[in-house]
Write a protein that binds this ligand. Sequence first.
Ligand code: NAD
Length: 500
Amino acid sequence: MNPKDLSRQELERIGFLAERRHGNFIDGAFCESRSGRVLPVIDPASELVVAETPDSDAADVDAAVAAARRALEDSPWSRTRPADRERILFRLSQLIEEHADELSAMETLQSGKLQGVARMIDVGFSAEFVRYMAGWATKLEGSTLQPSIPFPPGARYHSYTQREPVGVVAAVVPWNFPLAIALWKVAPALAAGCTVVLKPAPETPLTALRVAALALEAGLPAGVLNVVCGGGTAGAALCAHPGVDKVSFTGSTPTGRAIGHAAVERLARFTLELGGKSPMIVLPDADPVAAAAGAAMGIFFNQGQVCSASSRLYVHRSLFDTVIHEVARQAEAMRVGSGFDVTSQLGPVVSRRQFDRVMGYLEGAKREGASAVTGGARARDAGCFIQPTVLVNVKPEMTVVREEVFGPVLVAMPFDDVEDVIRQANDTPYGLAASVWSQDLSSVHRIVPRLKAGTVWVNTHNMLDANLPFGGYKQSGFGRDLGRAAVESYTEVKSVCMSV
Ligand code: NAD
């Protein structure tokens, strides 16, 4: 069966009609864009159009921000108790679980990802994360402080801080984990009492729209969570909107930089989670079999479309051949196919545009002298499928070593000296994540503080948790998603000083 048939069959199974047209979700209801323009949602396995969503512009953004502002300032939401927000978020997490079949099928359909990944990460982790953030709604706190103000003589003061919602939040998210990353922004913002305008990526708007309707069902008042579909035009209008108090963005570094500039211009708050080129370092005493499995998982998971993917592999020369041979063997054994096929181990990349981008990096790498131990070409005759690829004979200055490919492409280099590999690992404008593989605790503890990365894994890679802050050093971002750090970033701290 070819991927086209599988997708059609799956569409029917979930009752999702091909070429169905969806609206934006503003003030608790679906609506057309003001211009009537639409963008296609394309299944990357079959390259069929499976839906259409609005190609929104500034007029739609205005309507959504106005709804979010009204809900923030004068609505049942503005009067909710923390316990009400906790209950609503908890109910939303249950609804996400109850709709796991539908949401994960939508995720595979629009992004191509494997059903197993969609279920476990995009839906399962999302539900868990919303539940985790529900708990924070009742636990945000300030502190009581003892001031030493000497005026007027003999005066006494009582001071404390309290956290207040930052206001209207613009959440602009990418296509690699459409629902999960949307909820990484939406759930802490709602826990803190904010209202949100969410703009999903044009490739993957369906689960964002569905979850907004589920949130309404969970008890969220109209206007608290709005979804505006579209591309860069809608995103730029939203991020620059004077009615937005905070922008939270995940995506590429160039777009993040532009968003940061626009936010700084009007001193809006912002969180940016951007690209990466994360190194994985295998020391001479590492278990080579575990390291090879970790490297394969670290780069081929979700077709390599993971901001923290282990895209640069540095292996001590004594283990290099063994590890590379094993990673290549695992890559060759991977079954490439539709995400709906339960036997598939690698799906298509998200779009024809991303396919061309990744293929461009592969051609460039070959021109610059890299060689593919395995892969290096498209997989299958149709659809956006790319072979899992391991490149060697690469040099630090090559484009494929320096830039984020965001596809199933690993570059592997041997090293002789630990000081040298630390220098190479840090020799990048990015600083999102890194991993160290070793049995020697002392070596690990010496290396971890020297890696300029927001997350360092030891003998594992790409393991995220609701409780662990996630974000980048250097050009990989600004601020943190996940954990307490995330929910606090959707608040302002107010200091209160009272003369007593
Ligand atoms: P992008 O950063 O341009 O898009 C991400 C989101 O930002 C989308 O919702 C998009 O519509 C929106 N957007 C685009 N221009 C905007 C603007 N000027 N103002 C506000 N919002 C805007 O990423 P892309 O074009 O989809 O992908 C290009 C590359 O970005 C990928 O190949 C990959 O390297 C990287 N990427 C990284 C991540 C990540 O998680 N760090 C995710 C997706 C893509």
